[in-house]
Write a protein that binds this ligand. Structure first.
Ligand code: GAR
Length: 320
């Protein structure tokens, strides 16, 4: 099992979702650990609870004393704690664009409505006023636009005829406490999930012309020039006792392969059996996979394997 993802929870108040994340992380099988709780209110009750639970807490000066100062201090604190993911749990402050960009794909939020419905504040009152029969909660990635990033998971909660916003909020909160730890665990596990990796590679590979699917000794692969074409990429999921879930691609030759493997052993490896046939292994079960780089490798490998008629067409299109 890979190391657990290091999660910082950001709160502004009570911190009941934070508590749900902490208690779920106590299970030995949980793929994340809470390494820091902090927020924009040094007096938030949730911080006291986290301290009592022996979770490291940083009481940062409130942003009222300088927003830039606050986010600079937050950034430093997160870096010192070597945080992989940030979980917002009732953090009632809009993050500046530069902060969101720095942590792109690594900030998760919980919102008490079925997004895209009822963004922003007073969601329960808005839900009742709209006459909705169902409400719920959403866990999503944070993007620059408020409450609009990719939805990772949702749970529905029935609205009862005599619900007021407090009664509804209380019930949605119970659902939030179930949803958030589950979705955070799924998200933390994603980089190590071979099926998820394969779906991402498939999405990128299919952008290339005439790509087919076929297998190589049972491993999923992609071929250039349709299903009958030559394989240009293979996923080797911990083959023959290897640690890596590897994407095997064609480099220019043995010199390039050995150079890459020697200088960047965290990223590249010599795949058993496949290495001798010129396949280079790119380790995909890492938190810091650069998908732009994966796309470049797929294209290079495709070019090396595609039939002449296709590469000629590609070159003609590029020269145009
Ligand atoms: C939760 O209901 C959370 O979904 C909501 O604040 C509450 C915090 O409670 N968040 C938002 O409205 C974010 N826009 P908690 O401090 O007990 O977790």
């Amino acid at each position: 099992m890979p190391d657990r993802s290091r999660v910082a929870v950001l709160i502004s108040g009570r911190g009941s979702n934070m508590a749900a994340l902490i208690y779920a992380s106590r299970a030995a099988s949980c793929p994340y650990e809470i390494v820091l709780v902090t927020g924009d209110r040094p007096d938030a009750p949730g911080l006291t609870l986290a301290e009592a639970e022996d979770v490291p807490v940083a009481r940062l000066p409130a942003p009222a004393k300088g927003k830039d100062l606050f986010f600079a201090a937050l950034q430093q604190t997160l870096e010192e704690a070597r945080v992989d993911l940030i979980a917002l749990a009732g953090f009632m402050r809009i993050l500046p664009a530069h902060f969101v960009a720095k942590w792109a794909g690594r900030i998760i939020n919980i919102h008490p409505s079925l997004l895209p419905k009822h963004k922003g504040l007073k969601t329960h009152a808005a839900c009742i006023a709209a006459g909705d029969r169902v409400s719920g909660a959403t866990v999503h990635l944070v993007s620059e636009e408020l409450d609009s990033g990719e939805i990772l998971g949702q749970v529905e909660v029935a609205v009862l005829p005599d619900d007021d916003d407090q009664a509804l909020a209380d019930r949605v909160l119970i659902a939030e406490h179930q949803l958030y730890p589950r979705i955070l665990a799924e998200y933390a596990s994603r980089p190590f999930d071979a099926a998820w990796i394969e779906r991402q590679v498939d999405g990128l590979a299919r952008r290339l012309p005439e790509v087919g699917r076929k297998t190589s000794h049972g491993s999923p692969g992609w071929s250039a020039g349709g299903e009958k074409g030559k394989l240009f990429a293979i996923i080797a999921d911990q083959h023959h006792g290897e640690d890596a879930i590897g994407l095997l691609i064609k480099a220019s030759g043995l010199d390039e392969m050995t150079g890459l493997i020697e200088t960047q052993p965290d990223k590249y490896y010599w795949p058993k059996y496949y290495g001798v046939s010129g396949w280079l292994g790119l380790k995909m079960n890492r938190r810091d996979v650069d998908w732009g780089e994966v796309e470049d490798w797929l294209e290079r490998s495709w070019r090396a394997c595609a039939p002449h008629r296709l590469t000629k067409l590609m070159r003609a299109a590029e020269d145009f």
